[in-house]
Each structure stands twice: as structure tokens, then as C-alpha cells.
Design a protein around this ligand. Structure first.
Ligand SMILES: Cc1ncc(COP(=O)(O)O)c(C=O)c1O
Length: 273
């Protein structure tokens, strides 16, 4: 998609400063789903963005309302009905720099119907790192592991932490279901508390579906009845395989019911396309 916004100016080829974001990955970002021409869960993203900026000592000069208006301008300029926005704040010399870019959202109905295959990987997630709980520009390890997983025919790879507990995927949060109880790694496992993860937890509580945040092992994952992963662009995605173990997906699964509740409650997102 052609147009980007850099510090409020829209152009096809923004003059990006060679700031510490570029040189050292010193920055934070949000990836925001766009459905029916509107950013989805925008306020949630802005809350996390402000929080990430604070942790990294970055100054968010633009008010979230202004960022919202800039996002709308980018959506309009790029004529996006369905897609994704990335809002990046990077450390500049004098002031911090705000970049908004747009791209496609490739998750389509067929992918949900087939489900995803995910694999373990041997890189250990350091749950004490100050980078794992914020959406920082330091994504290289996730990207390398994801590329390796893709080369092996998988769609996503999961991290375990130093204690051998499940943490998250390279680009998603993980949920497993056992005997009607939905379980997701607790925040102290070393993960990004995803916008969709939070919404799913909220949704399950409101609908009296048992949900717990805890510390789970690979054995528990392998013995699960169902598995799904979440992020802003895929929302709720069924998993049909982890390493060599298969899981049911589709009608009659609790994942399907949760997905239906999600759409019924918030109604936008990938699956409404
Ligand atoms: C490492 C990681 N964990 C979790 C998530 C899910 O976050 P969200 O639901 O806010 O998109 C992402 C999203 O890209 C991610 O990269």
C-alpha cells in the first residue's frame, strides 16, 4: 500500500530519519486490524502504545485522538476496506518519530477452515527480559524463528521460557482447552499481553466459560483437547497441529463457539469479511 504518514505528513516515500529506532531497534509499535475501513480496538491499542512508550522512555507527542485521525487519513488515502495499520514510535535525536504504514491482512476464510500448524522451537524465551512484555521494534528473534518454522512447513512457532513453561508464539498468544476449561499462559511466563488475548479473557468471563491464566508445560499442551492462537489480524485462529499432535477444529469445538461469541460481541474483524 502506497501512502504512509511520518510525523503527520502523508506521502508515498516518507523521508525517514536515521534515528535510534532505525539504528538500534529503539522503538515501539502497534499492528492494528482494519475492517470495513475502520481500525479495530483502536483505544486498546493506544493504551498499550502509551504504556510501551512509557516503559521505553519514549515521548508520544501526538495525542491518541490525533493518531486516530492520522490513521483514518491513511486508510482513506490507501482506500483500505480490509487491511492492517502499523503505528511505530521510534527514538529520535530531538523528538521521537511517529510512522504509520499500511498493508494487507492475508487471513482469509480458507485459513480459518483449515486451521494452522504450529511447532515448538529450541530458542528459550527469557521471561525476565524487559522487552518481552512490550511491543518493541526488536522482533528479529521472533522473525528468525518464524522463518525457520515456515521453512519446515509450519505457520507459527511457540516459545517456552527458562522454566520450561509455555509463553507465546512468535506473533501470537496461545490458548489451550482441556475438559471445557480454557487456559492461557500467565503474563509472568514472558509474553506480550495481546489485545485479543485480553478481549478473549474478558469475553469468557462474561459468558461464564471457565478461563485460567497459569503455567503450562509442553505435556499439558500435547494433552489438550483443542488449541487456538490469537492476534489482532487473525483474531481467533484454530490450531490443528502442534508438532506431531493433531487437534480437532471446526463445528462442535469450543474454539468455534468462542469465535462465534467474539464476532457476536464485537462484530468486526477478519471473519466478518
Ligand atoms: C509476540 C507476540 N505475542 C502476542 C501477539 C498478539 O498481540 P495482539 O493480540 O495485541 O495483536 C503478537 C502480535 O503480533 C506478538 O507479536
Amino acid at each position: 500500500m502506497d501512502y504512509a504518514s511520518y510525523n503527520g505528513e502523508i506521502s508515498k516515500e516518507p523521508q525517514i530519519s536515521l534515528d535510534q529506532g532505525f539504528l538500534y531497534g529503539y522503538g515501539v509499535f502497534e499492528t492494528i486490524n482494519v475492517a470495513q475501513g475502520k481500525p479495530v480496538f483502536f483505544d486498546d491499542h493506544m493504551e498499550r502504545f502509551k504504556q510501551s512508550a512509557l516503559v521505553m522512555g519514549l515521548k508520544l507527542i501526538s495525542h491518541p485522538d490525533q493518531i486516530g485521525r492520522d490513521c483514518q487519513r491513511i486508510i482513506k488515502k490507501n482506500k483500505i476496506n480490509r487491511g492492517a495499520l502499523r503505528v511505530t514510535l521510534s527514538k529520535g535525536l530531538k523528538a521521537d518519530n511517529l510512522l504509520i504504514t499500511a498493508r494487507e491482512n492475508h487471513y482469509d476464510r480458507q485459513i480459518y477452515e483449515q486451521g494452522l500448524k504450529i511447532c515448538s522451537n529450541d530458542a528459550i524465551r527469557n521471561e525476565t527480559s524487559r522487552l518481552v512484555t512490550i511491543k518493541s521494534n526488536n522482533y528479529l528473534e521472533n522473525l528468525l524463528i518464524l522463518n525457520e518454522a515456515k521453512a519446515r512447513g509450519f505457520n507459527e512457532a511457540i516459545f517456552y521460557n527458562t522454566r520450561g513453561h509455555l509463553a507465546e508464539g512468535c506473533m501470537s498468544n496461545l490458548f489451550l482447552i482441556k475438559n471445557g476449561r480454557v487456559c492461557t499462559p500467565a503474563r509472568d511466563c514472558g509474553l506480550l499481553a495481546g489485545i485479543i488475548r485480553n478481549r478473549v479473557i474478558q469475553l469468557l468471563k462474561a459468558n461464564h466459560i471457565p478461563i485460567e491464566e497459569g503455567h503450562y508445560t509442553k505435556e499439558q499442551l500435547m494433552a489438550a483437547d483443542e488449541v487456538f492462537i490469537t492476534n489482532s489480524l487473525m483474531e481467533i485462529m484454530p490450531v490443528n497441529q502442534v508438532d506431531e499432535v493433531s487437534y480437532p477444529i471446526g463445528r462442535q469445538t469450543l474454539t468455534d463457539r468462542i469465535d462465534a461469541l467474539f464476532l457476536q460481541t464485537w462484530g468486526r474483524g477478519s471473519r466478518s469479511q
